[in-house]
Design a protein around this ligand. Structure first.
Ligand code: HEC
Length: 98
């Protein structure tokens, strides 16, 4: 996917979020999408949810994906996104906090 020419920068985080993540987590991070509700994603605008998230864990999940009871609920993005892209996405997610 992509052109292979994408240059990682924080400015791309919004684009990446909307292209890859919003269908489940919602443009606004609340997870109130069809997919998000089916998969029970957390509300990232909730300060309590944010408190429990560790940066390293978020990075790991964005890279490797997430499994629940042996089922992949979220694919990993290490093939599509650079480390810098992923870091920028973590910062982007942090900004959803109200
Ligand atoms: C197919 C739906 C789907 C897509 C697409 C998706 N996610 Fe997820 N994501 C989930 C589910 C389900 C979970 C596990 C439940 C939760 O933590 O909200 C999760 C968990 C996470 C977590 C971990 C939260 C924790 O508990 O530690 C992060 C961070 C995350 N997603 C970021 C992203 C990013 C960034 C993208 C885009 C690059 C993305 N997700 C794309 C469904 C998705």
């Amino acid at each position: 996917m992509g052109t292979g020419l994408a240059i990682a920068s924080a400015a791309d985080a919004k684009e990446n979020w909307e292209a890859h993540c919003a269908k489940c987590h919602g443009k606004d991070g609340t997870g109130k999408t069809k997919m998000g509700q089916k998969l029970k994603v957390k509300d990232y605008t909730d300060a309590k949810v944010q408190e429990k998230l560790k940066d390293e864990e978020m990075i790991k999940i964005i890279k490797e994906g997430k499994k629940e009871r042996g089922k992949t609920v979220m694919e990993g993005y290490k093939e599509d996104l650079s480390d810098a892209d992923i870091k920028a996405l973590v910062e982007y997610i942090r900004k959803f906090k109200k």
